[in-house]
Design a binder for this molecule. Structure first.
Ligand code: UGA
Length: 443
C-alpha cells in the first residue's frame, strides 16, 4: 500500500528522536531531523547510531541511501523545519537536580522555537514524557503565539534494545487530540502500521500524557512486587523464581516483568515514577501514588542487598578483596548506564573498600565517562582474573552462558553472585563455586 508522504520534522535526536526519525522515513515520509549536536548528526547521516541499538545502523543506512520509500536529512538549523506538515518533539525531560520532578525546559524551548519558525498550517506533536498538564499549557501558548499550528500529544512506548520494531509495529498508538484534523494527519503518518492492525486510541491531552507514565509506573510496580516477594523468600527460605513461574502462569498476572533481581534502572522507569509522584503532589493527589515511594524503595534496597551478599562472600569484609562485576548497562543489548543497578552496586562495593573491576560488552565507554573513578576492563577474562567474587549484574547472553570451569581457571575465589537469577546454580556448584542469588535459597 503506497503511503501519501508527509514532510515530517523531528526535534531532538536522542534515543527516542533518532529512532523515530529513521522509522518515519521507513514508513515513507520525507523526514528532516534536527538537533544542536553536529557530531550526532554526522554520525546519524553516516549510518552510525550514537548509542547501541540493534537494527538501527542498518535502518539509518537504508533510509539515507534512498532504498526506503521515504527519505531523511539532518540539520542543526531549526529553520529547515519551516515547511514541515508534522513536527515531532522528542527532547528529554530529565529529573531536576535534587528534586523528584521532571525538568520540562527543553520541551518548552522546542515548542517556542517551532512556533516562530514553522510556516504551517502544521501539526506539532509532543512525544516526550511530560508531567500531566504540560500539553494543555503548550496548546494555550500556541493558540496565542502561532494559531496556524495545532498541538497533539502522542506518547512513545519503545524499549531500548527493541526500539526499531517497537516504533514500526507498536502495541498501540495513543493520539492525544480532540481535533479531527490532527487525528486524521496522525493516522496518515502511521498509515502503514495502522493498516497492519496496530490499535489506535484517541484521548484528550491529559489522558494521553497519563497513559505513558501509568504504563511505566505499572511496569516498575510489577518488578518491585516480585522483588518484594524475593525479600520474603529470603526470610522464609523460598525460591522466587519458581514462585514467579507459578503465579505467571495465571494469564491475568503474566510472567513478563516478573524477573526478580537487582531491580530496574535506566533513563525512564526510575525518573518517571519520581516525576509522577511529584506531579500528583502538585495536583493534590499525592495519596494516590504514595505506593510508588515503596516501589522505588524496594528497588533501591535490592542494590544494597547485593552488596551485602558480596561482602558475605568475601568473608565479612571487602578489604583486600577483588570483585569482578559482569555488566554495566542497565539491561542487556544496551550501552545505556543511566541509573544502572550494576554501576551503583559496583560503586557501593568500592566505597566499602573492595577492589572492583567492571566489564560490559557495550557500555564500558559510557560508564567510564560518567564514573571515571571505577576500574574497567573491556575483556571478560581480564575482569575475572584474580577475582575473589564474581558478580553478574546485567544478563548479557555471553555472561549467562559463561562456562564455570573456564571462570575457575581465572578467579582466585570460587564465589559467584547471580544478581539476575539467570545462571544455573547446579552447574556452578558442580564447578566448585558457592552460588548466591536474590530471593533463592543460598544453600
Ligand atoms: C521502559 C519501558 O519498558 C518502555 O515501554 C518505555 O517506553 C520506556 O521505558 C520509556 O519510557 O522510554 P526501557 O527503559 O528500555 O523501557 O527498559 P525496560 O525493558 O522496561 O527495563 C527496565 C529495567 O527493568 C531494566 O533495568 C531491567 O533490567 C529491569 N527489569 C525488567 C527487571 O529487573 N525485571 C524484569 O522482569 C524486567
Amino acid at each position: 500500500e503506497p503511503v501519501a508522504p508527509l514532510r515530517v520534522g523531528v526535534v531532538g535526536l536522542g534515543y527516542l528522536g533518532a529512532v523515530h526519525a529513521a522509522c518515519m522515513a521507513e514508513l515513507g515520509h520525507e523526514v528532516v531531523g534536527y538537533d544542536i549536536d553536529q557530531a550526532k548528526l554526522d554520525a546519524l547521516a553516516a549510518g552510525r547510531a550514537p548509542f547501541f541499538e540493534p537494527g538501527l545502523p542498518e535502518l539509518l543506512t537504508r533510509v539515507s541511501s534512498g532504498d526506503a520509500d521515504g527519505s531523511i536529512t539532518f540539520t542543526t538549523e531549526v529553520a529547515d523545519l519551516k515547511a514541515c506538515e508534522v513536527v515531532f518533539v522528542c527532547v528529554g525531560t530529565p529529573q531536576r537536580k535534587g528534586e523528584l520532578a521532571a525538568d520540562t525546559t527543553y520541551v518548552q524551548r522546542a515548542f517556542e522555537s517551532l512556533a516562530d519558525i514553522v510556516e504551517g498550517p502544521a501539526l506539532l506533536v509532543g512525544k516526550s514524557t511530560v508531567p500531566v498538564g504540560t500539553a494543555a499549557r503548550l496548546a494555550d501558548d500556541l493558540a496565542q503565539r502561532a494559531p496556524h499550528l495545532e498541538l497533539a500529544w502522542n506518547p512513545e512506548f519503545l524499549r531500548e534494545g527493541h526500539a526499531v520494531s517497537d516504533t514500526l509495529a507498536p502495541d498501540r498508538f495513543v493520539l492525544g487530540t480532540t481535533s479531527e484534523r490532527a487525528e486524521a494527519l496522525l493516522r496518515r503518518v502511521y498509515a502503514r502500521p495502522i493498516a497492519n492492525g496496530t490499535p489506535v486510541l484517541v484521548a484528550d491531552y491529559a489522558t494521553a500524557e497519563l497513559v505513558k507514565v501509568a504504563a511505566n509506573a505499572f511496569l516498575a510496580t510489577k518488578i518491585s512486587f516480585i522483588n518484594a516477594m524475593a525479600e520474603v523468600c529470603e526470610a522464609a527460605g523460598g525460591d522466587v523464581k519458581v514462585l514467579a513461574d507459578a503465579i505467571g502462569h495465571d494469564d491475568r498476572i503474566g510472567r513478563k516483568f516478573l524477573s526478580a533481581g537487582v531491580g530496574f534502572g535506566g533513563g525512564c522507569l526510575p525518573k518517571d515514577i519520581r516525576a509522577f509522584m511529584a506531579r500528583a503532589g502538585e495536583l493534590g493527589a499525592d495519596q494516590a501514588l504514595t505506593f510508588l515511594r515503596e516501589v522505588d524503595g524496594i528497588n533501591m534496597r535490592r542494590r544494597a542487598k547485593v552488596v551485602d551478599l558480596a561482602r558475605e562472600a568475601c568473608g565479612g569484609s571487602f578489604i583486600g578483596r577483588k570483585i569482578a562485576v559482569l555488566g554495566a548497562a542497565f539491561k542487556p543489548h544496551s550501552d545505556d548506564v543511566r541509573d544502572s543497578p550494576a554501576i551503583s552496586i559496583a560503586a557501593m562495593a568500592r566505597l566499602q573498600g573492595a577492589d572492583v573491576v567492571v566489564t560490559d560488552p557495550e557500555a564500558v565507554a559510557n560508564a567510564q565517562r560518567l564514573w571515571g573513578d571505577l576500574t574497567y576492563a573491556t575483556d571478560t577474562d581480564d575482569a575475572l582474573r584474580g577475582a575473589d567474587v564474581v558478580l553478574l549484574l546485567t544478563e548479557w547472553p555471553q555472561y549467562v552462558n559463561l562456562d564455570p570451569a573456564h571462570v575457575a581457571t581465572l578467579t582466585r575465589g570460587r564465589q559467584v553472585i547471580d544478581g539476575r537469577n539467570v545462571l544455573d546454580p547446579a552447574i556452578w556448584r558442580k564447578a566448585g563455586f558457592t552460588y548466591r542469588a536474590l530471593g533463592r535459597p543460598n544453600a
